[in-house]
Design a protein around this ligand. Structure first.
Ligand SMILES: Nc1ncnc2c1ncn2[C@@H]1O[C@H](COP(=O)(O)OP(=O)(O)OP(=O)(O)O)[C@@H](O)[C@H]1O
Length: 339
């Protein structure tokens, strides 16, 4: 809708000086359709970052590129494990043609070069899906153990004998069980541990998906519409869970969410996509009051677009909001979904 450049980020924002994920010039084409068009953004280490936008804006496509489900047509996607990794190290890895490198006391990964299972297990990017994908016939506890299968196999030395004889395997198995129990407690699912996952309520299944992703010990947790289908109480519990993951586990979160109540309440950083392009990027407060977002998100009729853009080009934000027919900000925390 609007081709106006997004507002530049201010210096104190964490995502500009300590990003865990940097997406640069991402483009994704499906035949003649350009789903993502030269899109760049960062996820700050220790931030909850929301990727929002109207239906079909390209949010899931971005997730699919970050998690390796799609190979981007163009662009670089860098994951930094460890603080203080220099741009020179990223440039050197890019030139080398390799997928990852140890640098500046941390580890660097170029996700666009990696297969999805390596992105999960090596780079530490975990994901949940819009449509829940649990092993419904397995118990809740088994779902959390399966998530740790990769580490357990490594501990077994990849041998049958190793499953029985190696002390390293026994230790790893105990650790896997402890981690699973810990996440059952944190998601209030301990008393459902032996029930089939399919028997859980929708809200419980959503929390189990997050617990399962956390059992892979990620650096970045990507959540595709985690609040979809939740009632207000479950939504509030989800907010608490995500804040605790950010604050206690030192895990950065990138989420797609349509529920503006959730987005505005918990996000440190909000990035807005429309027609595959970034139209706004800032704190929840900044984005909520950005007429570009108001215009795109709440829908400005085609004939009004030019008038809104003209106002914006002259810096008349209030006038643009007026043309968009929206005097109030997007929505206040706790108000629920506005789309
Ligand atoms: N595999 C694909 N093949 C062809 N087109 C695709 C494919 N995946 C996505 N698209 C198209 O790319 C565009 C962006 O879709 P995407 O699902 O990423 O949007 P979204 O913002 O996640 O939408 P929603 O909020 O409805 O989930 C749409 O026009 C969609 O039809």
């Amino acid at each position: 809708m609007s081709n106006l450049a997004p507002k530049p980020a201010t210096a104190e924002q964490r995502w500009t000086h300590d990003p865990v994920l940097t997406v640069e010039h991402l483009t994704m084409r499906f035949g003649g359709l350009v789903a993502i068009n030269d899109f760049s953004f960062e996820v700050g280490r220790g931030d909850i970052t929301a990727l929002i936008g109207p239906n079909g804006a390209g949010k899931t496509t971005v997730f699919n590129c970050v998690t390796g489900f799609y190979k981007p047509t163009e662009g670089r996607i860098t994951l930094r494990r460890g603080r203080g990794i220099r741009p020179e190290s990223v440039a050197e890895l890019t030139r080398s043609g390799r997928q990852s490198a140890r640098a500046d006391g941390g580890e660097l990964f170029l996700l666009e070069r990696m297969a999805d299972f390596r992105i999960t297990h090596k780079a530490g990017v975990a994901r949940t899906f819009q449509n829940i994908r649990l092993f419904g016939g397995m118990t809740v506890f088994e779902n959390l153990l399966v998530a740790q299968h990769n580490e357990l196999m490594v501990a077994s030395g990849m041998t049958f004998a190793g499953l029985f004889g190696l002390p390293g395997y026994r230790r790893a198995r105990q650790e896997a069980q402890d981690l699973a129990v810990d996440w059952l407690r944190r998601t209030a699912l301990l008393d459902r541990a032996d029930d089939p996952a399919a028997d859980l309520s929708y809200g419980d299944q959503r929390r189990l998906e997050i617990a399962r992703a956390m059992c892979t010990k990620p650096a970045l947790l990507c959540l595709d519409e985690p609040a979809a289908g939740l009632n207000p109480r479950e939504s509030a519990e989800l907010n608490d869970l995500l804040r605790s993951i950010r604050d206690r586990d030192d895990v950065s979160i990138l989420l797609i969410e349509h529920d503006m109540g959730v987005v505005m309440e918990i996000s440190d950083h909000v990035v807005v996509l429309d027609y595959g392009k970034k139209i706004s990027d800032g704190t929840a407060e900044e984005v909520r009051n950005d007429p570009r977002v108001i215009a795109a998100y709440l829908g400005v009729d085609d004939e009004e677009v030019e008038a809104v853009e003209e106002k914006l080009e002259h810096g008349d934000l209030a006038g643009a909001a007026e043309v968009a027919g929206v005097a109030a900000p997007l929505s206040e925390p706790g108000e629920g979904g506005a789309r």
